[in-house]
Write a protein that binds this ligand. Structure first.
Ligand code: SF4
Ligand code: SF4
Length: 112
């Protein structure tokens, strides 16, 4: 499932630069997907775009936002439940220019 940011976010901004999919935006900032701009999903707190979050599958062995968040408010979003295979396909679609490596313990938390 995608990761989400809860209202416990203190808007420190640490997570934004860590996301390999540029899925994280500050509150009130419009997000970009497939060359189009969309309204912010949160006015007050940093937020994650579910269509861009792969739980870091395809890139890292754990969710990078959760790893750096000082208040542990990056958590699984039960409203966006996805399989490892689906997340991997999403990662490849988000980065058509990249050769996303085959899944392994190094780039999928499902394999650790
Ligand atoms: S889990 Fe990974 S892909 Fe999803 S928002 Fe966090 S850093 Fe980005
Ligand atoms: S690292 Fe955590 S507290 Fe900081 S902006 Fe991201 S979600 Fe909010």
């Amino acid at each position: 499932m995608a990761t989400k940011i809860t209202e416990e976010c203190i808007n420190c901004g640490a997570c934004e630069a860590e996301c390999p999919n540029t899925a994280i935006y500050s509150g009130g900032t419009a997000y970009e997907l497939n060359g189009k701009s969309f309204d912010a999903l949160s006015a007050d707190f940093y937020y994650i775009v579910p269509d861009k979050c792969t739980e870091c599958v395809g890139h890292f062995d754990q969710e990078q936002c959760a790893a750096v968040c000082p208040v542990d408010c990056c958590v699984p979003d039960p409203d966006h439940s996805e399989t490892e295979a689906g997340l991997y396909e999403k990662a490849k679609k988000l980065h058509p220019e990249k050769n996303i490596a085959e899944l392994s313990p190094a780039n999928s938390r499902f394999r650790k």
